[in-house]
Design a protein around this ligand. Sequence first.
Ligand SMILES: *Cc1c(COP(=O)(O)O)cnc(C)c1O
Length: 415
Amino acid sequence: MENGASMTNHEAKTASTITIKGILNLLMESIDETHGLKRVLSLGMGDPSLYSCFHTTSVAQEAVVDTLQSQKFNGYAPTVGLLQTRRAIAEYLSCDLPYKLSSDDVFITSGCTQAIDVSVAMLARPGANILLPRPGFPIYELCAAFRQVEVRHYDLLPEKGWEVDLDAIEALADQNTVALVIINPGNPCGNVYTYHHLEKIAKTAKKLGILVIADEVYGHLAFGANPFVPMGVFGSVVPVLTLGSLSKRWIVPGWRLGWFVTNDPCGTFRKPKAVERIKKYFDILGGPATFIQAAVPSIITQTEEVFFRKTLNILKHASDVCCKEIEDIPCIFCPHKPEGSMAMMVKLNLSLLEDISDDIDFCFKLAKEESVIILPGTAVGLKDWLRITFAVDPSALEEAMKRIKSFYQRHAKNR
Ligand SMILES: *Cc1c(COP(=O)(O)O)cnc(C)c1O
């Protein structure tokens, strides 16, 4: 701590970084219980496990029961993860790649959140900067602030289906840029990138000499025209760190089982020192519970296609309902229909509203008056937008959209 002033700055930055959970908690607290006793409806947080239509497959539950009862997994796992777990994830991801990953490429983390922290921690060095999408996922900003890595935002382009602004990437990057983060399928925008766009991202990163961190926590949750293509497909163009977890596709976010994977068929990370450094870092992490890790091979190989298809059908239906209802609410506009993940961004037209000053004001008044929680866009980097999570029970979704509509009618400007 040789530099007192910069520590103060740095502390201020980490403390002021907005988190989604922080804002949602404030919104929850502001609900006025005396205001008609409405059931609280949250389109704020991406945890659909609360709703029976999104319960996980019995295959996953039975796999965990089996490993727990076997008495074989009550001890410590290797800090980088159980070998059979790493191997199962390597095989799972390799199905969609033009090369094979090995178990050595896979490190087991406590959810995708910890995989994000590992990526930032491994790349941090004095003066380093990282390119993050706007809108994005605030955990990246928070990790970067703790590691004193400078954040530079590039825009996602709503009129182009939330594609990466590649010109901005080239303008932002310099010799201290360590990586470019993409989230695909996207949170908060619900985008699913084409093969062609991912290829362009890979070529841009190669040209700039930076690696790509691909947050694929929503991997395979694509229900629109574009199929999900993992960034690792371009691992021989540019090294890719793939981050993922069971949380979203298997709808078990509380199980805290994720992965940090080096997609590097040309051997850039294979430098022994880099690998040793990653392994050492895992010694301080601890990792998820051993019996959950041990259940992963069964979960991955035995989950039936019908479970995945059912989830996709519900998400597709929910996003359709959402988009249709939004058409009837003049003050919000969806520039691009979601094609994947569980969330979408809509633009707020404040000029149609009487007494709403911005997205935060909108969300607090909506919570207070209608007991509906949605996330202000400011929390994900876009002021006067809203993030709507549609992975909720269909009846709750319809009811919430109805209440947003009556909220609009009550606050609409008389023209
Ligand atoms: C949910 C989410 C995560 C965190 O995943 P966990 O496995 O629950 O830790 C990471 N990135 C994005 C974009 C997410 O939406």
